[in-house]
Design a protein around this ligand. Sequence first.
Ligand code: FES
Length: 113
Amino acid sequence: MSASREYDIADTASLAPGAARSVEVDGRRLALVHLEQEFFAIDDACPHRGGPLGAGFVKDCRVHCPLHGWGFDVTTGACDVRPDKPVRTYPVTVRDGRVWVTLEPRVGSAAVV
Ligand code: FES
């Protein structure tokens, strides 16, 4: 049985509070968002038409898609325009100045040891 795995995805100092950026980890694209003292990771692809949420703008606890402006609560993944179109959120921890995200194995991928 495959287990979740933690990935080191960023230096905490590399992303200013109130900013977001796209990161690629284990073949997946995530949007990393820095809110004040906390970091969050959600799917990078907007469920509307695939806009890169990591290139969106951050206001309060939301990141807004750069293409058509749909907003997503980075703490829950909820979409403010289409409640039926949330994005997935991923557990994030910060330690030793680094941001870590926990991902489950991809469907169909080899087991992570
Ligand atoms: S692609 Fe994100 S709002 Fe349209």
